[in-house]
Write a protein that binds this ligand. Sequence first.
Ligand SMILES: [Fe+2]
Length: 164
Amino acid sequence: MNPSVTSSLTLDHRRLDESLAALKRCAAAGDAAGALARLAELRRGFDRHIRIEEEWLFPGFVRAGEPTAAAPVAVMCAEHRLMEELLTSLAGLLAGNDADARMRTLADLTAHLLAHDGKEERILYPMIERAASGSAELQALAPRIEAELAADRDPQSGSPAASG
Ligand SMILES: [Fe+2]
């Protein structure tokens, strides 16, 4: 069966979870250089993920008839902006000496990411899958999203390739 929008983006969420976990392990061990490298990897993956959502998926969903009363797209985009701010402030905190602020911001980011991804996986993506039944645009996006995300995924495990 062809990968769905839900399966491709959910797998990418797990990949971002792994990057964040690796970042937290480095931060907890006091490995600032390792933490900064993991943060750069997380930021690249995060930016790509929200670009796919905000430039491809969400506009297609809006054109296919997003239920505007609940404004799920606006809520998700606002949460993306909040997490971008946390990621940006982390870059400074990982290089600095305020361990409390660093661990607090990492905990904040973890909580926001978990809640956000849960909403997308349980509510928004299924809503988009239902809208796709009447939208050629959304149907055409599923293989395009999978191709964008699969390029550097390890074919054995579905996890990020060692080089990527
Ligand atoms: Fe999102």
